[in-house]
Design a protein around this ligand. Structure first.
Ligand code: ZN
Length: 102
């Protein structure tokens, strides 16, 4: 069993489980059951996607990498210098230009 991803929340975990299943990769979600408990969860209590078949590890990682890339693209803004900054940055991390108006 290999943990291939720690999701931000149970919803993301379920989205990713379906996404991988569409590509023939079966994962189980661990840790989601204790989500939303008493507010004193340990930091490592994120829902985890766990792969049954180790031979699919590379494929699973590649698919998840693509997912993260897309998510990153949505959560960032492009600067005229060609770099992208996280959406909560007011100025470009690379060149210091101000974020263009949305
Ligand atoms: Zn820039």
């Amino acid at each position: 069993m290999h943990t291939v991803y720690a999701a931000a929340d149970p919803i993301e975990a379920e989205i990713l489980r379906s996404y991988l299943a569409e590509h023939g990769i079966v994962v189980q979600i661990f840790g989601a059951g204790i989500w939303g408990g008493r507010g004193d969860l340990p930091v490592d209590a994120w829902p985890r996607l766990v792969l049954d078949d180790a031979s699919q590890l590379d494929d699973a990682r590649e698919l998840l990498r693509r997912y993260e890339h897309r998510r990153h693209a949505q959560a960032s803004w492009p600067c005229s210098c060609g770099e992208r900054s996280p959406i909560h940055f007011e100025i470009c991390w690379a060149c210091g230009s101000e974020r263009p108006p949305a």
